[in-house]
Design a protein. Structure first.
Length: 68
């Protein structure tokens, strides 16, 4: 379990990133084009990002299953 969750929002880029762990990893696509999951080198989900997050307020709730 994460000791601290880091949430970062770039208003100009309209980009939200949530990290559960500060470790090296890479982003993978998900079923939703706006959402990427960040995965550690050993395959654990360590965070996620959402592009154009402000546009989601007019849509149905965002639902994505992150793979463990």
């Amino acid at each position: 379990m994460a000791e601290a969750v880091t949430v970062w929002y770039d208003k100009e880029g309209d980009f939200l990133e949530v990290l559960f762990e500060k470790t090296k990893g890479f982003f993978k696509e998900t079923a939703n084009d706006a959402v990427m999951e960040k995965v550690s080198q050993d395959g654990r989900v360590i965070g996620f990002s959402i592009l154009k997050v402000s546009q989601l307020q007019e849509q149905q709730p965002l639902s994505v299953v992150l793979q463990q």
